[in-house]
Design a protein around this ligand. Structure first.
Ligand SMILES: Nc1ncnc2c1ncn2[C@@H]1O[C@H](COP(=O)(O)OP(=O)(O)OP(=O)(O)O)[C@@H](O)[C@H]1O
Ligand SMILES: [Mg+2]
Length: 280
């Protein structure tokens, strides 16, 4: 197998006295989708923030192409080709599509004090890149980002990452707020990036989405990698059970079965099951 693009070796991260990540080891290969799974608060976004230069690990080593590397800031990570679409925000609702596509890397027109953003060029490139990802309804780069749908915003962010030559694309819950069609579209875009040899790290709660696009999976439970496997090595049930959400679902299913067994097969009505049994 080729050398990993990115490697995390024994990464620990604490905030004050709270240990959020414990001995995280992960490898990310070009042309592969790594799915990071786990329940709320498991530490997924924190792993992403270490990989994107947002947080420095408390201890441990990050390697890029086999070279030990320290990211002091998100800029350091983006300079080695790591592009991150964070879970919350990241886009600027009052910016035009063109401007937001080039934010931080503005194509300039004119000379000296007359230099300004070439808005026409920026808009054209942004629209072209979004269209190449299948977002064909957007034809005007001068539209505001605030008017885009969730899926269109994701496409804008992903298109931007691919355009600027990202070799690692990190997506934190890109499909969480999307409808079925839009989510499918974002998954398709992920497959396109993968086909271009980009390494993709996908954070998701959705086992179906993960199983659709993932090559490699890591399940985080309370800051520890509880399981790490490749496509086909686990069943859907095993993956769901591994995520703490799976335990909760199994518990609910058991309660429903028990209710049906003791109530002539009737399904429970609201209020018939014990509420808030779990401590989560
Ligand atoms: N800056 C911080 N200071 C203190 N604690 C933090 C900080 N960032 C995250 N945490 C804690 O670390 C744990 C993991 O958070 P993280 O955001 O990585 O979880 P997550 O797996 O992304 O969850 P979700 O699925 O809800 O997005 C949580 O308990 C959170 O409260
Ligand atoms: Mg998160």
């Amino acid at each position: 197998m080729t050398q990993p693009l990115l490697k995390l070796i024994d990464i620990n991260k604490s905030f004050g006295t709270t240990d959020v990540l414990t001995d995280i080891n992960l490898e990310v290969f070009p042309g592969e989708v790594l799915c990071l799974l786990g329940d709320n608060g498991a530490g997924k976004s924190t792993v992403i923030k270490v990989l994107s230069g947002f947080h420095e690990p408390t201890s441990g080593q990050v390697e890029v192409n086999g070279e030990p590397t320290v990211f002091k800031s998100p800029r350091d990570a983006s300079e080695v080709g790591i592009a991150t679409v964070h879970q919350f925000g990241g886009t600027f609702p009052l910016m035009t599509i063109g401007r937001s596509f080039f934010v931080g890397a503005e194509p300039l027109k004119g000379w000296g004090p007359f230099k300004r953003l070439d808005t026409r060029f920026a808009g054209e490139v942004a629209v072209r890149e979004m269209q190449s990802l299948g977002i064909t309804r957007i034809t005007e780069g001068s539209r505001l980002v605030g008017g885009l749908s969730g899926g269109e915003r994701q496409a804008l962010a992903i298109g931007r990452a691919v355009y600027f030559g990202a070799n690692v694309l990190i997506l934190d819950e890109p499909t969480a707020a999307l409808g079925v069609k839009e989510a499918a579209h974002v998954l398709r875009i992920i497959m396109q990036a993968r086909q271009k040899g980009v390494a993709v790290i996908l954070v998701t709660h959705n086992v179906t989405h993960a199983m659709t696009v993932g090559d490699h999976f890591a399940v985080l439970i309370r800051g520890v990698i509880a399981d790490d496997f490749r496509k086909g090595e686990r069943t859907r049930e095993q993956i769901t059970d591994l995520m703490a959400g799976g335990e909760a679902m199994a518990e609910l299913e058991a309660e429903i079965e028990e209710y049906q067994r003791t109530h002539d097969g009737h399904v429970p009505a609201p209020g018939d099951l014990p509420a808030n049994k779990s401590t989560a």
